[in-house]
Design a protein around this ligand. Structure first.
Ligand code: TPP
Ligand code: SF4
Length: 312
């Protein structure tokens, strides 16, 4: 069955449907926050009734990149920092698929930072989960873009001299239409946020705090956490860009002072996604482009020919 013909079949699912036969048991270190992402993702997919055939999970490289070995859906384990371009191409050609991209903070905010910025700007319809453990995990704990200033590692033995990147603020300013932060220690909130992110039409960025007990002793377990949407101490309108921006800045600063703030920060339901915009102006056909691969009689246009014709 092709992916697009499975869409809308509404097959009943339970969490076991997403457990692969090949690697049913994840091999992350005991206590790793990555287990929390897997659990939340399985719970969200089940709640939304998405069958494994309706989902594509594109991952980068790192401990986090193993997510698609442990989640049984269509999957693409890409190269370092490149989950987003692959996910974009898949969504553009097969819009009915539920596309999820995932990777670490090194993968997504470092080497893949350019893709992150422009996928947010173009509002591609997908969920992007960043496993933020504030270090490079797989390669044994080097300083990453989100490591706090002063954090000591083998690559920065005297402590990082650099201010960390602010992922929520970057995402908002780049153009993401849904921005949230959750934590592996908060599985219920994490699942609810992933459900919302998957339902959102546009680029939904979830910064997921995932403790790495093996290489990042500083970050501990990201507890106690506070949900800024539930706490009386925080009041802001998550549909207001300026108020969201202020709340994000406070959250990012607080993290390195030992205060873990999480929640939904920004939601814009009015902005069309990349695919919706392209279809509206006639640059993309209504039917999934992917269907053409199954049509032997389809006469493919070569983009180079179209381009050369215009310049004659
Ligand atoms: C182009 C390239 N550069 C470097 C590496 C080596 N490498 C593999 S994983 C990794 C970092 C992983 O850290 P992160 O993305 O934060 O994910 P985590 O392991 O913490 O989940 C690096 C630098 C690589 N595989 N490819
Ligand atoms: S090294 Fe860290 S991030 Fe990687 S599996 Fe172990 S605890 Fe998790």
């Amino acid at each position: 069955m092709s992916a697009f013909s499975a869409i809308g079949d509404g097959q009943p699912t339970d969490q076991d449907d997403y457990t692969p036969e090949l690697e049913p048991q994840a091999t992350w270190c005991p206590g790793c926050g990555d287990f929390g992402v897997l659990k939340a993702l399985k719970g969200a997919a089940e709640e939304l009734g998405r069958s494994p055939e309706e989902m594509l999970l594109c991952t980068g490289i790192g401990c986090s990149g193993k997510l698609n070995s442990y989640f049984d859906s269509y999957g693409f384990h890409t190269i370092h920092g490149r989950s987003l371009p692959v996910a974009r191409a898949a969504k553009v050609t097969n819009p009915g698929v539920e596309v999820i991209a995932a990777g670490g903070d090194g993968d997504g905010y470092g080497i893949g930072g350019n893709h992150f910025m422009h996928t947010a700007r173009e509002n591609h319809d997908m969920t992007y989960i960043v496993f933020n453990n504030e270090i490079f995990g797989l390669t044994k704990g080097q300083t990453s873009p989100t490591s706090p200033k002063g954090h000591k590692s083998k690559t920065q033995p005297s402590g990082s001299a650099k201010e960390p990147l602010r992922p929520l603020s970057l995402s908002l300013n780049a153009g993401a239409s849904y921005v949230a932060r959750t934590a592996a220690v908060n599985p219920n909130q994490a699942k609810e946020i992933l459900v919302e992110a998957m339902e959102h039409d546009g680029f939904a960025h979830v910064d997921f705090l995932t403790q790495c007990p093996t290489w990042n002793k500083d970050a501990k377990q990201y507890v106690p956490y506070i949900d800024v949407n539930d706490s009386d101490d925080y009041e802001f309108d998550k549909t207001d860009r300026r108020e969201a921006s202020d709340m994000m800045a406070e959250t990012e600063t607080a993290l390195h002072e030992g205060k873990v703030l999480t929640g939904r920060y920004y939601i814009d339901d009015s902005r069309p996604s990349y695919g919706q915009e392209k279809r509206a102006i006639g640059e993309m056909p209504e039917e999934p482009l992917a269907e053409r691969y199954f049509d032997d009689s389809y006469d493919w246009e070569r983009s180079a020919d179209m381009f050369l014709d215009k310049h004659k």
